[in-house]
Design a protein around this ligand. Structure first.
Ligand SMILES: [Zn+2]
Length: 281
């Protein structure tokens, strides 16, 4: 099943999406690039290798296995009511995405998880390659959380795989530095997380990082009032202030970063207006 869906359709689709986003963000840049693109791309791709290996060889097989086992156990929300296949698919998809929104908040709020998620946030520019920059420790943590979420939701193996593919695609899309037509993005943002919205989450200003946690659907942030859209893209400085020295962000140093003592966030303030829900250019 993993081969038939993830490897046959998912992987080529995600590679094609990467190529498209990479080309488009080269031509139509949203935020001005500050650091060398190729150097960052190299670091992000190498850092991601253990996380990718874990994803394909452990995470996905384990999640699908759990969902298959659960067809016998019949545990979770989806086994509590009668509905069509499509109805249950929609409920699973929404609940899986909501569980990821909560997981993303935990990554920021629990010090043990922040150590690992920090590696992702130390990127000093934001583009499609940032979507790969995850420490393998974060992947290991997510196995427990997302396994539990699959059981609580009662998601089917097929939905677990479909969600994973869309999740990876959405992650590439909202990390990209692609300049979409402003009005189009504003409308799109009512439903899904867009590059401008997620760009604010990677700001060096703490209250901006502490917002926009959604991954696929943007409405989780609106519902929980964690949305912040009132920041111009050219005002954003990307990264974590206490980890802004490029020389400290090499591949080896990023791998061992979570196992060292973690520096406090050195904050700076920016005057912003009151309308948090207004997406700015
Ligand atoms: Zn984050």
């Amino acid at each position: 099943m993993i081969k038939a869906i993830f490897d046959t359709y998912g992987t080529p689709l995600l590679i094609a999406l990467f190529a498209i986003l990479f080309l488009v963000e080269s031509k139509f840049q949203l935020r001005k690039r500050v650091h060398n693109r190729w150097k960052r791309m190299f670091i992000n791709l190498i850092v991601s290798i253990p996380a990718f290996a874990l994803l394909r060889l452990l995470f996905i097989p384990l999640m699908v296995w759990l969902a298959v086992q659960n067809q016998t156990w019949q545990f979770g929300v989806n086994y509590l009511y009668e509905s069509s296949f499509a109805g249950k698919a929609v409920v699973s998809f929404l609940l899986l995405d909501y569980s990821i929104y909560i997981w993303h908040i935990l990554l920021h709020k629990l010090p043990i998880l922040w150590r690992f998620h920090l590696v992702h946030h130390t990127d000093l520019d934001l583009d499609v390659t940032t979507a790969f920059r995850f420490h393998f420790g974060e992947m290991i943590g997510s196995i427990f959380y997302r396994g539990a979420a699959i059981l609580v939701i009662g998601a089917s193996p097929l939905m677990v795989l479909i969600y994973e593919i869309v999740f990876e695609a959405a992650t590439q899309f909202h990390h990209s530095n692609m300049k979409l037509p402003y009005r189009f993005e504003k409308i799109l943002n009512y439903i899904i997380v867009t590059p401008r919205m997620h760009g604010i989450h990677h700001s060096m200003i703490k209250k901006e990082t502490d917002s926009n946690y959604s991954v696929i659907f943007s409405f989780w942030d609106r519902i929980h009032k964690t949305v912040r859209l009132n920041v111009h893209q050219n005002e954003i400085v990307t990264g974590v202030p206490s980890y802004a020295d490029e020389r400290e962000l090499t591949i080896g140093k990023l791998w061992i970063l979570p196992f060292k003592s973690i520096r406090q966030w050195k904050d700076s303030e920016r005057q912003t207006d009151k309308k948090f829900n207004q997406l700015k250019k």
